[in-house]
Design a binder for this molecule. Structure first.
Ligand SMILES: [Zn+2]
Ligand SMILES: [Zn+2]
Ligand SMILES: [Zn+2]
Length: 213
């Protein structure tokens, strides 16, 4: 990238996206930029000022996790992690499979399920389970909690440092060791609340009949 001749440019181009001044070279995410461009056109992605850089970073982390376990960083693992990161929400395995198949028509359901489980075991992604619903795969591996809509099953991330325990409780008397925790708050999401307010009849219908939000 050549510096501008007349003073600093207000913005710098990196991977087809404009970022704030101060970025003087490509972030190194050009390798995933092509795939990102393809994905952007069909599916809305979580708005992030520098999403491609985040994905490149997560793939580097995955490489480190694989190396630490002595397992190969396969193309499928990279591909499924990338797909999940682009989806940006908490999709079910079936939803990940649908998106993966759209991008790579030859991929099988078994492969997607197997790779998702491998990524969870490696600690590269999380798995959120709520009773009565299909397991959700979670690209976020930092400590966070979830808001679960009981009408449309949507799962949203919720950061709440006040809920982060300084020390995990000891339950060794029960022969159990707690390694991790996250809190699921159940309720009604904004979209469902709006639907309910505009069409009060929906409130009496059975859960799920209002469709997915
Ligand atoms: Zn870049
Ligand atoms: Zn909802
Ligand atoms: Zn989450």
């Amino acid at each position: 990238m050549t510096p501008p001749r007349n003073g600093p440019a207000p913005t710098t181009r990196c991977c087809d996206r404009r970022f704030a001044a101060g970025l003087t070279r490509c972030c190194g995410c050009h390798k995933v930029a092509t795939a990102m461009k393809r994905a952007r056109s069909a599916r809305p992605t979580k708005s992030n000022r520098h999403r491609a850089q985040e994905i490149a970073q997560r793939i580097r982390e995955l490489a480190g996790l694989c190396q630490a376990r002595g397992v190969p960083l396969t193309v499928q693992r990279r591909f499924i992690l990338h797909t999940l990161l682009d989806m940006g929400d908490h999709p079910t395995a079936d939803e990940v499979f649908a998106e993966a198949k759209r991008r790579l028509p030859g991929i099988s359901r078994t492969t997607v399920y197997r790779v998702l489980d491998a990524l969870v075991k490696l600690g590269a992604i999380g798995k959120a389970c709520t009773p009565g619903s299909a397991a959700r795969y979670d690209a976020g591996t930092h400590r966070h909690h979830h808001l679960v809509c009981t009408r449309c099953d949507r799962v949203m991330d919720f950061d709440a440092p006040s809920l982060d325990l300084p020390v995990l409780p000891s339950v060794s008397r029960l022969g159990f060791q707690i390694n991790d925790y996250s809190i699921h708050f159940k309720g009604v999401c904004e979209a469902c609340s709006r639907r309910l307010a505009s069409r009060p009849g929906l409130a009496t219908r059975r859960r799920g009949s209002a469709g997915r939000g």
